[in-house]
Design a protein around this ligand. Structure first.
Ligand SMILES: C[S@@+](CC[C@H](N)C(=O)[O-])C[C@H]1O[C@@H](n2cnc3c(N)ncnc32)[C@H](O)[C@@H]1O
Length: 195
């Protein structure tokens, strides 16, 4: 089993081996962001990578956005692209050690699938502790069978419900209708709210 640690991810960026990076905000998340009116929402993007969602949120005038990634190279790239972005909201480290909370919204985009599946229960609990009681975890989860060959590691609607339902209300979990072509039919758009 590969060790999915900082070194693993930094090497991926250094070697340009980033099949997950679509180069722009993913259409389902763009669509979701477009209907948000409160630009002061406290928003977290975990495992943000090149953080195209952050670029989009910034462009749209959102003022309280945070990102965290374990790998330095993408964070350096963001510093270069957004030189005025506050350092205290550009976090380098392990998501599971994050000790800033009270988020209104956490956006999931190919972070869950990048983690070792054994960390999934821990992800669920961590997300719950990071969100405000009325907060939302929103994003995309892959809808292909879980195998040992990831990342990305897949899953199914049933697996995700079983994993999240104890701690979250499943407001929406449906095949995304606006995925990019190579992911069409393979990702579920979801909105989960803490119980
Ligand atoms: C598959 S990439 C997705 C990047 C970005 N969300 C995207 O869609 O382009 C997974 C990202 O999660 C980061 N990552 C992996 N484990 C992490 C952890 N425990 N804490 C924070 N970031 C982590 C990796 O460095 C990588 O940037």
């Amino acid at each position: 089993m590969k060790k999915l640690n900082r070194e693993f991810w930094e090497n991926k960026y250094i070697q340009g081996d980033m099949g997950w990076d679509i180069g722009y905000v993913s259409p389902p998340l763009k669509h979701y962001i477009d209907q948000l009116t409160d630009k002061n929402l406290k928003i977290l993007i975990p495992g943000a990578g090149n953080a195209h969602e952050l670029m989009y949120l910034t462009e749209k005038g959102f003022t309280n956005t945070y990102i965290i990634d374990i790998a330095r190279p993408p964070l350096e790239a963001i510093r270069a692209k957004l030189p005025n972005f506050p350092e205290e909201r550009l976090l380098e480290g392990d998501f599971f050690d994050l000790n800033i909370g009270d988020f209104d919204l956490i956006l999931e985009q190919t972070f869950f699938c990048a983690l070792s599946p054994q960390l999934r229960p821990k992800y669920v609990l961590k997300m719950k502790t990071l969100l405000k009681p009325q907060g939302k975890l929103v994003g995309l989860l892959f809808n292909f069978p879980l195998s040992k060959s990831g990342p990305p590691f897949g899953g199914s609607t049933e697996e995700y419900i079983a994993l999240f339902e104890k701690h979250f209300n499943i407001k929406l979990l449906k095949t995304a209708y606006n995925s990019i072509k190579p992911r069409a039919g393979k990702e579920l758009f979801f909105i989960f709210e803490p119980k």
